[in-house]
Design a protein around this ligand. Structure first.
Ligand code: PEP
Length: 252
């Protein structure tokens, strides 16, 4: 089995202002500089990418964006292209977050297009998949996750996953305080890895699969101890430096 370096990525969503983001980044920088086993990334709101990029310069922490257009450029008012994100040295781009899928109607097809654009640009997509509560309760978790994943595999080809990160985020656990148990997470992570292995064993073995959904410093170690959980995508708990650092340091 490959040794996969865990990735802890902060997803600040639409939170913060310049005044709050500066001390937050400085706090995370100071904590990570003391030593951290995981790779750390901060996915900032687009308007703060320049500022956060400046603050992170020379550090080991990567800059990430929360969304990108599925188009290259042109008449798409309000959208942001991969080239624009590259101007600010973004390394990661979250695609297919459940808030984009469920609040803004992003389809599996659009998510696949975004994935391919990020991939082609040389940045690394963090592809989010996950089921709604009613889908889990109906016993459809694997079917939903497989549908979301298969669309990207079909469109982008399995080779594209050599430069990608996956995030399993059960929608019922996002921002609700209700975390999946480590066994529930492991079960779906193993399913995802197996699904990829049907196409390419090596890629399936190497790819990092993060867990996301109400991860806190208090539950991170247990989740990250599971064999197929390679770090986390962190929402609410990434807005406080101490809590976020507690999660980063839970990676052993
Ligand atoms: C997320 O938005 O990706 C997320 C996991 O949020 P939270 O940690 O707040 O549940």
């Amino acid at each position: 089995m490959t040794d996969r370096r865990s990735l802890i990525a902060a997803n600040w969503k639409m939170n913060g202002t310049l005044a709050s983001i500066r001390p937050l980044v400085q706090g995370v920088l100071a904590g990570v500089a003391k030593g951290c086993q995981a790779e750390v990334a901060l996915c900032a709101p687009a308007i703060y990418l320049a500022e956060v990029g400046q603050l992170l310069k020379g550090s080991s922490i990567a800059l990430g964006a929360q969304n990108v257009s599925n188009h290259e450029s042109g008449a798409y008012t309000g959208e942001i292209s991969t080239a624009m994100l590259q101007d600010y040295a973004c390394r990661y781009v979250i695609v297919g977050h459940s808030e984009r899928r469920n609040l803004y109607g992003e389809t599996d097809q659009q998510v696949a297009e975004k994935f391919m654009r990020v991939q082609a640009s040389g940045m690394t997509p963090i592809l989010c998949v996950g089921e709604l509560l009613e889908e889990r309760e109906a016993g459809n978790t694997e079917e939903v996750v497989a549908r979301q994943l298969d669309m990207v595999i079909q469109q982008a080809d399995i080779a594209a996953f050599a430069n990608a990160v996956l995030a399993y985020e059960p929608v019922w656990a996002i921002g609700t305080g209700r975390t999946a148990t480590s066994e529930q997470a492991q079960e779906v992570h193993a399913f995802i890895r197996l699904r990829l292995a049907r196409h390419d064993n090596r890629i399936a073995d190497k790819i990092r699969i993060q867990y996301g959904g109400s991860v806190k410093a208090a539950n991170a170690r247990e989740l990250f101890s599971m064999a197929d959980v390679d770090g986390g995508l962190i929402g609410g708990a990434s807005l406080k430096a101490d809590e976020f650092l507690g999660i980063c340091h839970a990676v052993r």
